[in-house]
Design a protein around this ligand. Structure first.
Ligand code: SF4
Length: 71
């Protein structure tokens, strides 16, 4: 089974709306991904999808946009 390249776990995803700065597999939070937000999904840390985007950094729930064009 081929891994999907953008797939990742919610606990490491920037859209995982957890108040925990280091969410675990069992933490449940809303998904704030723009296309998924309309479904008001609650997902667990061990869940995941291919809209995953790694968090740029953990800063108390403040999501930071990656700098455009940065290599
Ligand atoms: S469902 Fe997908 S986009 Fe939403 S928090 Fe989980 S990995 Fe991120």
């Amino acid at each position: 089974m081929a891994a999907q390249k953008n797939w990742g776990n919610c606990k490491g995803c920037r859209y995982f709306s957890s108040s925990n700065s280091n969410p675990s597999d069992t933490d449940v939070a809303k998904c704030k991904q723009s296309e998924l937000q309309e479904f008001d999904l609650s997902v667990s840390g061990a869940s995941g999808c291919n809209a995953f985007e790694a968090r740029a950094g953990v800063a108390g729930g403040v999501y930071q946009e990656p700098a455009p064009g940065m290599h």
